[in-house]
Write a protein that binds this ligand. Structure first.
Ligand code: SAM
Length: 278
């Protein structure tokens, strides 16, 4: 009959609305990203309900089954690991499937980790870009960060404790030093907001013996604008031609190599190779 997207606490168990509790009581079954975690929440709320798992690795098959059950007249509550289903979890796919299959659904408002973090960060909240998790591979991560270089609003990432140092270090290299904030363990006993420049946060993390908890990482937006003419140069000229162009503009060969490597964001050695016979 209907799907209800139910946000659940991101830490503090009191952060659940009366409406969500009532819906959880009313539905025929609950589709949960982590059935064990949802079971302990339902036990805490003294709600007994049938659970079915719906997570990244079974979402295609399970999504179809859930939709079939709803079509046959059942009410389902979708609950993610924590917070708002559909934000950095497979909830997005179930909503898409509902739209495709003409199945009615309703989104209940409630806790979202990144919104809580952003408000507490002290960074710009009028203009922000939620990026969620970056790819795990270093190469893909670098590429994704390159794309964020000129993002004007506060950039928001979800990150795991064992990748936070590497991510901060790449951000420092690619986006440059800026104001940042790490929101850790929000709504929990050891909640903290760590504010400072990226290099300070990186040092702090490097000096920690062990890094634990859940993190939202926020970086101040860029105050530089992308130079569209520079992009045109990449399309129009080869590396060698561009070095010559820069030298014609009055730069020494060394400075021209530096400028081209910086603008194309490639290694100086790569540019140097192209310059040997100039
Ligand atoms: N759907 C969730 C939401 O509404 O924000 C997020 C799910 S995502 C799979 C989980 C990530 O959210 C964690 O890895 C962490 O980056 C962030 N997160 C969740 N709870 C948090 C908390 N209490 N404090 C800080 N970050 C949290």
């Amino acid at each position: 009959m209907k799907l209800y997207i139910c946000p659940t606490p991101i830490g503090n168990l009191e952060d659940i609305t009366l409406r969500t509790i009532n819906v959880l009581k009313e539905v025929d079954f609950v589709a949960a990203e982590d059935t064990r975690r949802t079971l302990s929440l339902l036990n805490h709320l003294e709600i007994k309900k049938g659970l079915t798992s719906y997570y990244e690795h079974n979402k295609d098959k399970k999504g179809v089954q859930i939709i079939e059950r709803i079509k046959s007249g059942e009410k389902c509550a979708l609950v993610s690991d924590a917070g708002m289903p559909g934000i950095s979890d497979p909830g997005e796919d179930l909503v898409k499937l509902c739209i495709k299959e003409n199945v009615e659904f309703e989104v209940l408002p409630g806790p979202v980790a990144f919104i809580t973090a952003l408000v507490g960060s002290g960074l710009d909240t009028t203009n922000f870009y939620f990026r969620g998790f970056l790819s795990r591979g270093k190469k893909e991560k670098k590429k994704e960060l390159e794309e964020l270089k000129y993002q004007k609003g506060t950039v928001i990432f979800y990150e795991s404790p064992h990748r936070i140092k590497e991510t901060l270090s790449l951000i420092l290299d690619i986006l440059g030093n800026r104001k940042a904030c790490i929101a850790r363990e929000l709504t929990k006993k050891y909640e903290e907001y760590i504010r400072g420049d990226i290099d300070e946060l990186l040092l702090l993390m490097q000096n920690k013996e062990s890094i634990k908890g859940e993190f939202v990482l926020m970086i101040e937006g860029s105050n530089e604008s992308k130079n569209e003419e520079d992009d045109e140069l990449i399309d129009k000229y080869t590396i060698k031609e561009e070095i010559i162009l820069k030298m014609d503009e009055g730069l020494s060969k060394k400075d021209a190599i530096k400028a081209v490597s910086k603008r194309r964001n490639i290694k100086k050695s790569e540019v140097y190779k192209e310059s040997i016979d100039i």
